[in-house]
Each structure stands twice: as structure tokens, then as C-alpha cells.
Design a protein around this ligand. Structure first.
Ligand SMILES: [Zn+2]
Length: 170
């Protein structure tokens, strides 16, 4: 993923809706668990999984369940790294906020089964969070395809990337 300024308007979209709700997330030792709706997971697989590598999109959540996804089909293929269409994504995030959905992360695909965030992913996420102080956490799924088999590994970034378990719900 390539670094590009991604929205001072994100500032308006963090927190809010989720903060007053009970937290259905829990931790077992070092692994945090979250939830994702089955239809969203399917949509991610059908869009990014069916596109050239380094495709991506954004995800939103409500009640700590990932419930919204936008496929960034207008992203710019540049130096073989996912480069978000910043202007369009900011519009989407603003629209989500009206429905009480908070932007929570970026999903993209990697080549060659490389299922961990890259150095440039880390630089990107650090910069994004420094620019948007209300973003205290980011969920960062990475999709890989090996021999036609699609796999998604979920990470969260708080001060660094950590693997997380995400449970699929109807
Ligand atoms: Zn990446």
C-alpha cells in the first residue's frame, strides 16, 4: 500500500456511535476478537479476491461488528501498491457517519501469499493515525490468494500491528 494523504476529514468520523455501547469484544491473552457480518466477508472476497493484487477498500463498524465495506474500484494502480482514491473514500466515510457507522479499517490484497502488513503499510497507518487523532485503532485485513484459494488475515494496529481473530456473524 502506498502512502498518500488520506483525509483530515476522517477526524469527524471516529468514536461517537460506538462509544456508549457495550463492548462485545474480549481478549484471550494477546489475541483480540471482533466480529464481521458474513455478507461483508463474502463481498470482500468477491471484489478484492476477484481483482488484481494490491486492490483494496475500506471497512466500517457499528457495535464492534464490521458491517460495511466499500470496494475502492477507482483506486490508482501505482508502483504495484494499493493507492486509495482518497477523495472518494472520504465521501464514503462521511456518508457512513450519518448512519452511525464508524470507519475502522482498510482491507487490501498482497501478492505471493504474503499475508503480513508490509513496511509501507506500517508507515501508511502510522501517518494516518497521527493525522487523525480520533483514530485510536485500525483494523487491517490482508487478502492473499494462493493456487486460487483466498485467505484473509486480520490485524489491528494500535501502537503496532497484532494479529486478531474475527468471528463471522449472520
Ligand atoms: Zn500492503
Amino acid at each position: 500500500m502506498r502512502l498518500q494523504q488520506f483525509c483530515s476529514r476522517l477526524k469527524n468520523c471516529g468514536g461517537g456511535a460506538c462509544k456508549s455501547l457495550p463492548l462485545p469484544l474480549f481478549s484471550t491473552k494477546n489475541i483480540t476478537m471482533y466480529y464481521i457480518q458474513q455478507n461483508i466477508l463474502t463481498e470482500i472476497i468477491q471484489t478484492i479476491g476477484d481483482s488484481p493484487i494490491e486492490s483494496g477498500g475500506i471497512i466500517g463498524w457499528r457495535n464492534h461488528t464490521i458491517c460495511t465495506y466499500y470496494f475502492d474500484k477507482t483506486n490508482i494502480q501505482f508502483e504495484a501498491e494499493y493507492t486509495p482514491n482518497v477523495e472518494k473514500l472520504n465521501q464514503i466515510i462521511k456518508h457512513w457517519a450519518k448512519d452511525g457507522v464508524t470507519f475502522i479499517g482498510i482491507v487490501h490484497s498482497h501478492p505471493n501469499g504474503y499475508n503480513r502488513p508490509s513496511i509501507s503499510d506500517e508507515i501508511y497507518v502510522r501517518t494516518l493515525m497521527e493525522d487523525n487523532k480520533s483514530l485510536t485503532k485500525l483494523i487491517f485485513p490482508i487478502l492473499t490468494k494462493v493456487n486460487g484459494n483466498i485467505k484473509i488475515d486480520f490485524y489491528e494496529f494500535v501502537e503496532k500491528f497484532s494479529p486478531i481473530k474475527v468471528i463471522c456473524v449472520e
